[in-house]
Design a protein around this ligand. Structure first.
Ligand code: FES
Length: 103
């Protein structure tokens, strides 16, 4: 099973291949923000992929690209939306909106 590391928590969990980063976060109580509920409409789940592990996420689809372009002002070459990015291998991501507002 892929290992997913969430920064800045430095917490690594094992995850079923094909789940989104948000689904994995919810399963392990990580606290990835998701104001729209994970329907690709808010960008609060913005993460930055670290350590050149980008290829271990499925490629972005058009919806994710559109939302990123419209809503993410601080987008980087390694930016992804956690509610859309599906894990296919070991990956490290930094949560941009950390700590989550509800904590
Ligand atoms: S949770 Fe809103 S875009 Fe991902």
């Amino acid at each position: 099973m892929p290992k997913v590391t969430f920064m800045p928590l430095n917490k690594t969990v094992e995850a079923e291949e094909g789940l989104t980063l948000l689904e994995i976060s919810e399963e392990h109580h990580i606290g990835l923000e998701h104001a729209c509920g994970g329907v690709c409409a808010c960008s609060t789940c913005h993460v930055i992929v670290k350590d050149n592990t980008d290829d271990n996420l499925e490629e972005m689809d058009d919806d994710e690209i559109d939302t990123m372009d419209k809503l993410v002002a601080n987008q980087t070459l390694h930016s992804r939306l956690g509610c859309q990015a599906r894990v296919v291998g070991d990956v490290t991501v930094e949560l941009v909106n950390w700590p989550p507002r509800e904590l």
